[in-house]
Design a binder for this molecule. Structure first.
Ligand SMILES: [Zn+2]
Length: 300
């Protein structure tokens, strides 16, 4: 089973309090700078602390650089006893950037940061549960394989691929992942994957891990999902979607519904969004686990 990391902000539920073996991805801009992993009432199974480059780049006033990002990551993760992956500051390539010179300029920044990060990481004497995660950037076969080869040489513990979140076509996402894995092998992290269908395909490719904020986004949109079979409902008639309205809860063995199945049907408050997100995450993970089991049953 691939590792599924839930994206977490400091106003979200502590998913691992409800669901054992939960992996968490914390993006620097999504937590207070004074926050620390020891504030988790239950430690996650694995932790990724990424740089939150997309947010940082859209807020130039934050004036972040690689060494500032690294120091913040150290403060946030200090005392972590679980496998903890730290990412360098990368330079994402949004779909609007298509000029080859611009793309390579961004990749050069990503590589320079990655190089500086590895120096900081290796000289920090971190405990052995800390690992380095390099983020490959690019938007074509040539740029992605170039970046992947350069990153491969830097000695990261693990590599990942970024800039996929804003892409909506599954085939484009899968092509990019395939190009990268032709250099790195499938043992990579794929950042920002939201769709269940893409997640399933990545699992079939043998990808190591993915992360997603989808369970929370669905919850905020006043929608709920159920697994096996996969079903998608809105809980408020005001949601402008052609989705069926769920008027009464369906039997569910997630920890929220076991307590009170009506909690996930309440709209309008963050605490109910949080409960709905736990429920949604439970079902997303269950669907992925089922895909994994049936794939390995037919491909022993
Ligand atoms: Zn439930």
């Amino acid at each position: 089973m691939l590792d599924f990391f839930m994206c977490w902000t400091d106003s979200d539920p502590v998913y691992q309090d409800y669901l054992p073996d939960c992996n968490i991805l914390v993006s620097l801009p999504h937590v207070a700078q004074s926050w620390n992993v020891k504030k988790f009432s239950t430690p996650p199974r694995k932790l990724i602390i990424d740089s939150g480059a997309f947010t940082l780049l859209s807020n130039p006033s934050l004036k972040m650089n690689q060494s500032k990002v690294f120091n913040l990551q150290l403060n946030i993760s200090r005392g972590s006893s679980v496998p903890t992956l730290l990412c360098h500051l990368d330079n994402p390539i949004p779909p609007s950037v298509t000029n080859t010179v611009d793309v390579y300029r961004r990749i050069e920044t990503t590589l320079a940061n990655a190089y500086e990060f590895m120096h900081l990481f290796k000289s920090s004497g971190l405990p052995s549960n800390y690992k380095s995660l390099g983020v490959i950037q690019g938007n074509s076969y040539d740029t992605l394989t170039f970046c992947a080869r350069e990153m491969n040489r830097m000695g990261f513990d693990m590599l990942g691929i970024g800039s996929l979140a804003p892409l909506f076509k599954m085939e484009i996402i899968l092509d990019r992942v395939r190009w990268v894995t032709s250099v790195t092998g499938p043992d990579i992290h794929v950042f920002g994957i939201s769709g269940l269908e893409v997640g399933s395909k990545l699992m079939e490719m043998g990808i190591q891990s993915i992360d997603s904020s989808r369970a929370m986004r669905i919850a905020i949109n006043n929608c709920v999902i159920y697994s096996l079979p996969f079903r998608y409902f809105k809980i408020s008639a005001r949601v402008n979607k052609s989705l069926p309205l769920l008027e009464a809860p369906i039997l569910c063995d997630c920890p929220i519904c076991k307590k009170d199945p009506n909690l996930i049907l309440k709209a309008g408050e963050k605490r109910y969004n949080n409960m709905r997100a736990v429920h949604n995450f439970y079902h997303l993970r269950k669907e992925l686990e089922e895909v994994y089991v049936s794939f390995h049953r037919s491909n022993p």
